[in-house]
Design a protein around this ligand. Structure first.
Ligand SMILES: Nc1nc2c(ncn2[C@@H]2O[C@H](COP(=O)(O)OP(=O)(O)O)[C@@H](O)[C@H]2O)c(=O)[nH]1
Ligand SMILES: [Mg+2]
Length: 267
């Protein structure tokens, strides 16, 4: 008994070397979750290549689960196998990095696993890695999202080229070499000749999907109240365009209203 107690002391708080790492207060940040070995997973689930709307829908459902679990993100940007989760005003777990990374990855992995099992009828081990990216200046939020959107566009082009070449009988190692050498315009032309117009694929494949809460007014007996609905946007503009900036600003403003509304309700 004595031994047990001393062990408990030895491996207490002071041994948890990283538990005190916290996000600095009042700094907006993204949590980026990236699917672990999702290329292999897509093969195992026998998804459509290069993109499968059902697979993306499972990711969107996982993003929605974060809102339902009370994490209060401002938005979630789903791009390929990534979830980019923005926190501006409300910060889960007092900003404790270990907690945020592990619990968010856990929620998303379990919901995605249940959803893919239901949709594709196959069981697989699902995991996401998780990292935190600080965006201390307001303009960095749009910059960060544009960066992930550009990365998505590049991956989208490569994915179409990859599967085209696979169908032509090339081996994956040969394709990797070939794609490394190809310039973007050559790749576009090559696919265009094969009947694939990279600018005309479904918008969500090229630009990603945004999940956020949108306000609506509800009439209750003799007064009106604001309610919030989780929305999925599969038809996004580029974040660098005026439309993209307007959408982002609107979501950030709504988030402020939501926060004020909550504070008032607490009083
Ligand atoms: N078939 C299919 N695969 C997808 C879809 N979305 C993402 N992926 C896969 O997810 C991978 C994401 O890239 P990356 O994170 O670098 O690869 P990972 O290390 O295998 O997870 C892509 O290469 C695709 O193979 C989809 O809608 N359909
Ligand atoms: Mg991945």
């Amino acid at each position: 008994m004595q031994e047990l107690c001393s062990n408990e002391t030895t491996y207490g708080h002071e041994s948890e070397a990283f538990s005190n790492i916290q996000i600095p207060p009042k700094i907006p940040f993204f949590v980026r979750l990236d699917g672990w070995k999702f290329r292999k997973l897509a093969d195992k689930l026998e998804t459509e290549k290069p993109f499968d709307r059902r697979f993306a829908q499972c990711l969107v459902e996982s993003a929605k689960a974060l809102f339902r679990a009370g994490m209060n993100p401002t938005l979630v940007y789903v791009a390929s196998d990534e979830l980019n989760i923005l926190f501006t005003a409300s910060v889960p777990f007092n900003g404790r990095v270990e907690k945020i990374n592990s619990v968010l990855a856990g929620i998303v992995s379990s919901v995605f696993s249940i959803r893919t099992n239901f949709t594709f009828g196959k069981q697989a081990i699902i995991a996401f890695d998780s990292r935190i990216v600080l965006t201390p200046k307001k303009e960095m939020i749009a910059e960060y999202l544009s960066w992930r959107q550009i990365n998505l566009w590049r991956n989208h082009n490569n994915a179409y080229a990859y599967w085209k070449l696979r169908h032509e009988g090339y081996k994956p190692s040969e394709i990797a070499k070939k794609l490394q050498r190809l310039k973007a315009n050559v790749l576009h032309e090559l696919l265009f000749q094969e009947g694939v117009n990279l600018a005309k694929t479904p918008t969500w494949q090229r630009r990603g999907i945004l999940v956020y809460k949108r306000p609506y007014v509800k009439q209750v007996t003799n007064h009106r109240i604001i309610r919030w609905r989780i929305t999925e946007d599969w038809d996004l503009p580029l974040f660098t365009t005026e439309n993209g900036k307007t959408l982002l600003n609107k979501i950030l403003q709504w988030n402020q209203i939501k926060r004020k509304h909550k504070i008032r309700r607490k009083q």
